[in-house]
Ligand binder design. Structure first.
Ligand code: ADP
Length: 212
């Protein structure tokens, strides 16, 4: 039984035929279903792309024997940070908490990355960090952001080639909403993007669209 991916009636029939009698050519499958090869082509393409079937020239289609869960895991491992990341939103480490709050509203993000004088990653501030600072008695216009940020080396980050599923695990285990995407240099970490729970959700949706 195939999990996770909904096949239409014709695709299920094709799968049944190939499971029973593969390797089998597209022509033969078409004959068995009383359809033309052209009519079957989109269904065969979907079954092959989704990994249920494999095709070899001059041999035909055969069943890969993979379960829906195996296929989903394989497809998940094709999603990388660089394909789903957003632009980073950053502030300099000397700006005030007041200015950081304004910046967060203007840019409509939940996390700001904080950069040092050299433009390298120094820390992160979240909405709650800013709220916490705001309920104290401090003057927010003179309180620098680097006093309240979560600072390096305690910032969890990722790199463009990392798997999205690895990032998702880090977001869960660290109970945070986003990670900076960094490029490591000798001087420190340059920030090239951000990955948030929204990016992960978008990837999740795109996975389901692949199968339609
Ligand atoms: P919020 O606190 O607004 O719900 P988060 O859950 O992302 O947002 O942040 C929780 C705490 O974790 C905050 O103190 C924040 O500074 C810190 N934090 C956020 N992102 C990271 C990160 N990538 N690495 C380390 N700490 C982080």
């Amino acid at each position: 039984m195939v999990n996770n991916i909904e096949l239409n009636k014709r695709q299920s029939e094709i799968l049944k035929i190939v499971k029973a009698d593969g390797p089998i050519t597209g022509e033969q499958i078409a004959d068995r279903l009383n359809l033309t090869r052209a009519t079957l082509r989109p269904d065969l393409a979907i079954l092959t792309m989704a990994g249920f079937l494999d095709a070899r020239p001059r041999v035909g289609y055969f069943y890969t024997g993979k379960s829906g869960t195996q296929l989903l895991t394989e497809n998940l491992k094709k999603l990388h940070v660089k394909e789903y990341q957003s632009m980073p939103v950053a502030v300099q480490d000397h700006v005030s908490v007041y200015d950081a709050i304004c910046h967060m509203f203007l840019e409509d993000v939940g996390t700001l990355f904080v950069l040092d004088q050299k433009g390298l990653l120094a820390g992160v501030v979240s909405r709650k960090d800013l709220l916490r600072a705001s309920i104290g008695q401090q003057d927010l216009t003179s309180l620098p952001i680097n006093v309240i940020m979560t600072r390096m080396p305690n910032v969890t980050y990722c790199e463009p080639e990392d798997l999205l599923v690895t990032v998702a695990s880090k977001l869960i285990s660290k109970q945070i909403d986003s990670l900076p995407v960094v490029k490591k240099t000798e001087a420190g970490y340059e920030v090239s993007g951000r990955i948030t729970k929204t990016n992960i959700t978008k990837a999740f949706v795109s996975l389901s669209k692949d199968e339609e």
